[in-house]
Design a protein around this ligand. Sequence first.
Ligand code: SF4
Ligand code: MG
Length: 296
Amino acid sequence: MNQIPLDSGAPTMKSYHSEVPCTWCDGCGDYGIWTALKRALVELKIAPHETLLCYDVGCHGNMSDKLLGYRFHGLHGRVIPFAAGAKLANPKLPVLAFGGDGASFSEGIGHLVHGIRSNYPIVFVLHNNGNYGLTTGQASSLTAQGVPMNTAPNGIPEHTLNSMDFVFSLEPTFVARGFSGDIKQMTMILKKAIEHHGFAFVDILQSCPTYNHFATHDYLLEHCYHVEDEGHDPTDLKKARQIAVDTSKRISTGILYKIEDIPSFYERLVPRQGKKTTPVEEVEIVDVSGYLKRFV
Ligand code: SF4
Ligand code: MG
C-alpha cells in the first residue's frame, strides 16, 4: 500500500514513486509526460502532499495511480471544474489538471472555454494524441481530416478543429506547447506553468504509437523546434498566435505566450479580498442536529 510521505525534506523522484505498474503501450508518450511532471514538481521542491493532481478519463488518466500524492480521477471531460473548485477552496495548493484531446475539445469544451476566460489559477495539461486512445482509436476533433481511424475507416469528413486558434480566441494568459519526446523542455514548460498565477494552457503533442499513425514520435521529432532558440518574445501576442496556429512546415514548442498582469479569478472575487485565510481554513463544524429534529 502506497503512503504519501509527509516529511519536510526536499522531495526526490523517489518521493513520487508508486508501486502500481504502468499499463500504457510500449512507446506511449504518456511515459515522457509522467517523467517530466515528476521532474518539474521535484525541481520546484513541491512534495506529493503539497499539490493536487486531477485527471479525467482516458489513457492519460491512468497516470492517476502511477505516482504518489493527492490525486482526483473524475468524469470524462470534467477535469477543469473539479480542479478549479479545489484550487478556489485552497488557493495555497498548486493544482494541475490533465485531460485528453477527445474529452477536452468535445464534451468538455465548455469547461475549457470558461477555464480560460475565468483565468482560474490552475495548470491544464492537454495530452494531445489526436484520438480517443483508451477506447481504441476513435477520431477526436483534433484528428487529422481524412486519416483512417477506428470507426472512421475512410477518415473523418469534418475538418480538424484548429485548437490553438480556438484557445487564442479566448484571450488566454499562458499558452505553451511541448512534445512528449522532449522531457527536458516539457519539464521547463511545466515549471513555468505551475509558477504562472492564472490559467496555464499546456498543449503536449503526445505520440500514440498504437492508434496515431499521422503524428508519430518521429514526425514530431523532425518537425518540432524550440521557440526559445529563435529569440521568441512570449509577450508578443500576435506572433505567438501566428506560430502556434501555423504548423504546416514546422511546429513551435516552448512558452508561446505569457502575461502575468491579468488578475486571476480568485483575485477578482470581491468577498475574498483582504482575507488572510483560505476557504478550507474557514470551514466550521456546525451542529445541525437541532434542525434535523424538526423533521422527526
Ligand atoms: Fe498510449 Fe495510445 Fe496506448 Fe493509450 S493507446 S496507452 S495513448 S499508445
Ligand atoms: Mg486523446
